[in-house]
Design a protein around this ligand. Structure first.
Ligand code: ZN
Length: 221
């Protein structure tokens, strides 16, 4: 793949076509680890790489993306998806974007602009939120993708290896319906788990749970 993606910089025209790879799945399915693995591969292949993530609750423009496997990559934290375009031109071979679910819906047209450069684009994010609904810009990106890797996790309840759902827990109980993206609430009250389809409790069946006081963006679901 590396030869196909390497720019021919002698005449300034990139010798490649645009390509979008999506990495999706529930919490704890290894999405960031897979994204970082592809970034590392590209760098070892002498490709020019830019990594992005949403800025969220920090003002810092630099952030480190970490995986639970212990790997990490330096990323540019952007406020809006459109900002990504100001960091990328046709000399960039790979554009990697983590936490796509937390970007605005503009990430879809931004991805189309990157593909037109053309760039190789790899995007990771939650495909479904804790309610089981498509998450942010991800469904449109899946439709645009050339390749989709849908990862699974281990179900926390029954240890099934094919968990595809994310369970939000408040005070240890399945959460009722609430905001898709949240919130400032102390970490010891809100937790997320990967669960299989049998063990996942949809919000409408989570009777008696605590409603979240929705205030500001939370650092990491
Ligand atoms: Zn289960």
């Amino acid at each position: 793949m590396s030869a196909a993606w390497r720019s021919d910089r002698r005449d300034g025209s990139p010798n490649r076509t645009g390509r979008l790879d999506m990495i999706v799945g529930p919490m704890y399915s290894g999405k960031s680890a897979e994204l970082i693995r592809r970034v590392d591969l590209a760098r070892r292949g002498q490709l020019s790489v830019r990594v992005f993530c949403p800025r969220r609750d920090t003002r810092a423009a630099d952030r480190t993306i970490s995986s639970r496997a212990g790997t990490h990559a330096e990323a540019i934290a952007v406020e809006t998806s459109e900002e990504i375009l100001s960091y990328v031109d046709s000399t960039v071979d790979l554009v990697a974007i983590d936490e796509a679910s937390f970007f605005d819906l503009g990430l879809h047209p931004v991805a189309r602009a990157l593909l037109a450069l053309p760039s190789w684009v790899v995007i990771a994010g939650l495909d479904l939120d804790y309610r089981g609904d498509p998450f942010g810009p991800v469904p449109n990106l899946l439709a645009l993708a050339d390749n989709v890797d849908k990862l699974s996790a281990v179900c926390v309840v029954c240890h099934d290896l094919h968990a595809t759902r994310t369970q939000r827990l408040i005070d240890g109980e399945p959460a009722p319906d609430g905001a898709q993206i949240v919130v400032e609430l102390s970490d010891d009250r809100v937790r997320y788990e990967a669960r299989c389809g049998r063990c996942w409790v949809p919000p409408q069946f989570a009777a008696g749970g605590t409603q979240l006081p929705l205030t500001t963006f939370r650092a990491s679901p």
